[in-house]
Ligand binder design. Structure first.
Ligand code: SF4
Length: 276
């Protein structure tokens, strides 16, 4: 496999993504393969243009300007699935959700849930460590206007599929937003999970229990941690805490964010759909 100037294996086509993802033997191997991907011409052009022009506040920094791999240990029992890296967040720092307002929200919430060692995430060398959770994006390259196309989503999905396969203890997928929700179902179907019909509609607090070849998997919906949602109050800290507390409880963990009664249902008023 050809490698680029930084030593990452290069993938240039959707078929190449399928082959390369299948060939990844570990999360580290997968991360390297993701980092060398160039299969979506529009996104490659955008991420590299952003990295070249930069935002004034970050002019002195070297942007990553590549696909952004996931973050978290291989024994994670929870996966958090977001949309795509931000142009001046993950596309700048090289770490998922790191260096932008959305990251401020999700990592602070993971810290409150006992899944991160610190509440902030500003750069790859800031000391952040996750426990029991892997954070990933459905699409690995920063898209213009935060809007990947369906074709780009599908091209990128083998990376997500392989990443979930490489988490042998995975028990819960927390999906941030409708885009990730839509992206995840075909991946789960391909992994052997019988899916409910009709497919459950996305909503905050929606919970879907699946069976599968490796045991049960629960999919939890949460509004995305975008500024559009957090600034307007559509998503509050208590709402996000409640979803993560539910995820932790499903994995048998004891972490309990503020506002959640001991041993009880999160006191957040979130409607939970019945599992199909
Ligand atoms: S979005 Fe995914 S498939 Fe497309 S270039 Fe980026 S990493 Fe590759």
């Amino acid at each position: 496999m050809a490698r680029d100037a930084d030593g990452f294996p290069v993938t240039r086509t959707p078929a190449g993504v399928v082959r390369s993802a299948r060939g990844a033997r570990s999360l580290g191997d997968l991360d390297a393969r993701v980092s060398g991907c160039r299969a979506c011409p529009r996104l490659v052009a955008w991420r590299e243009e952003v990295a070249r022009v930069k935002r004034a506040a970050f002019r002195a920094q070297d942007y990553w300007g590549r696909p952004v791999p996931g973050l978290g240990p291989a024994d994670a029992r929870i996966a958090v699935v977001g949309l795509a890296p931000a142009a001046h967040g993950g596309n700048r720092t090289g770490r998922v959700f790191t260096g932008d307002r959305s990251g401020d929200w999700i990592f602070a919430a993971l810290w409150r849930a006992g899944l991160a060692n610190q509440p902030t995430s500003v750069s790859v060398d800031d000391g952040l460590e996750l426990t029991g959770v892997r954070v990933v994006a459905a699409v690995r390259c920063a898209p213009p206007a935060n809007a990947p196309t369906p074709e780009e989503r599908d091209t990128c999905s083998p990376w997500l599929a392989r990443e979930l396969e490489l988490l042998p203890r995975l028990r819960v997928a927390v999906v941030l937003g409708a885009f990730g929700w839509t992206a995840l179902w075909p991946v789960l179907a391909a992994a052997g999970h019988p899916l409910p019909r009709p497919r459950p509609a996305f909503g905050h607090g929606v919970e879907v229990e699946l069976t599968g070849p490796r045991g049960p998997l629960t999919v939890l919906g949460s509004y995305h941690v975008s500024q559009q949602n957090t600034f307007t109050g559509k998503l509050t800290e208590a709402m996000l805490d409640a979803v993560l507390a539910r995820a932790v409880a499903l994995t048998g963990g004891a972490a309990r964010p503020p506002g959640v009664p001991d041993g009880g249902t999160p006191d957040d008023g979130v409607a939970r759909a019945a599992a199909p």
